[in-house]
Write a new protein. Structure first.
Length: 142
């Protein structure tokens, strides 16, 4: 990685123009992810503590540039959430995180980027930057 690429990745608020929907059923983890994504990356964060809550956010028409969700959640898992979100927003970049290595294949088989817990801030930032660079300016649905 050259100096310019490294500098771009570590610059203050590198992803500030993007809105991320963070879905995590564990309150402490949701708060930690949301803080890093907002304060370190500079993204606008919309938090949801369940798949159902995430679907309500999507249905509201709020601008979302990336979905970042846990796989294992009660009632609606991340894989089901992805299928339902893709029906409404087929081009939305999605990253699913899990602490279970045996779920990686299920995640990749539906065309989603997996992120195995635990991960570093730098790994999270790199995956976000890669996914968000695919859609530098997302059109509004208004």
């Amino acid at each position: 990685m050259g100096w310019a690429e490294k500098n771009r990745m570590t610059s203050p608020l590198p992803l500030r123009r993007f809105t991320v929907l963070v879905v995590e059923d564990d309150h402490t983890t949701l708060k930690a992810f949301s803080q890093v994504i907002a304060q370190v990356f500079g993204c606008t964060v919309v938090s949801a503590s369940s798949g159902e809550a995430a679907l309500r956010v999507i249905a509201s028409g709020e601008k979302i540039d990336l979905l970042f969700s846990d796989v294992v959640m009660p009632e609606m898992d991340g894989l089901t959430l992805v299928r339902l979100v893709r029906a409404q927003l087929p081009g939305l970049p999605i990253i699913l995180t899990t602490g279970f290595y045996d779920q990686i294949e299920s995640v990749t088989s539906i065309g989603v980027i997996p992120l195995l817990k635990p991960f570093t801030r730098e790994q999270l930032e790199a995956v976000f930057a890669e996914q968000l660079s695919l859609f530098p300016v997302r059109p509004s649905l208004d």
